[in-house]
Design a protein around this ligand. Structure first.
Ligand SMILES: O=C(O)CCC(=O)C(=O)O
Ligand SMILES: [Fe+2]
Length: 178
């Protein structure tokens, strides 16, 4: 199953700001937030990420990630009861060093669903354009991440959304087969 499809455009931002991140370091909810424990099974794994549609040079708004971060999240969550609830449900993770993912137009930044990540300020004149996708197994136990047991088949885009998709977008979003 594939979902998301959002396009994220990061424009130049010269505002002085301590640190490079423009978002709290977080994971996105492959596992619903009202669930208290991750399963840590292979069925639960989702692959998230984004295609860069522009070249992303250092300081150019690349997504930040934490090397080995998915293992750090698992270790911290397994160490306590209700590990899904740590760090404000993993929406604001403190204390981890990040690196910016640079790349070229056409590259895909592939991340595990437990990878802490955040958007960063773009200090360069050229805009960063990225499109986000999440790929889940058909037997993913949490469905679309909204509630346990909720498993939409295939895609779930409405007519207005499918009407504006390009042929490539229809394939990327699982509307049309490859
Ligand atoms: O735009 C980015 O680089 C990251 C955005 C993101 O992670 C989010 O909105 O959940
Ligand atoms: Fe995110």
């Amino acid at each position: 199953m594939v979902r998301d499809g959002s396009v994220a455009i990061t424009m130049r931002n010269d505002t002085p700001h301590p640190g490079e991140l423009s978002q709290d370091l977080h994971i996105d909810p492959a596992v619903p937030e009202d669930v208290d424990e991750f399963l840590f099974t292979s069925e639960e794994v989702e692959l998230g990420g984004c295609y860069y549609f522009t070249d992303v040079r250092p300081g150019g708004g690349g997504i930040h990630v934490v090397p080995g971060g998915h293992h750090i999240v698992e270790e911290q969550a397994r160490a306590v009861p209700r590990g899904r609830q740590l760090h404000d449900k993993w929406r604001n993770i403190a204390g981890l060093e990040t690196v910016e993912v640079t790349g070229e137009a056409g590259d895909f930044v592939l991340t595990h669903h437990l990878m802490p990540h955040a958007a960063s300020h773009n200090r360069r004149p050229e805009a960063r354009i990225a499109q986000f996708f999440r790929y889940a197994r058909d037997d993913q136990p949490w469905g679309n991440g909204d509630r346990p047991g909720d498993r939409p088949a295939g895609h779930h885009y409405n007519d207005q959304q499918t009407a504006v998709m390009t042929p490539l977008g229809r394939r990327l979003l699982g509307v049309d087969p490859w």
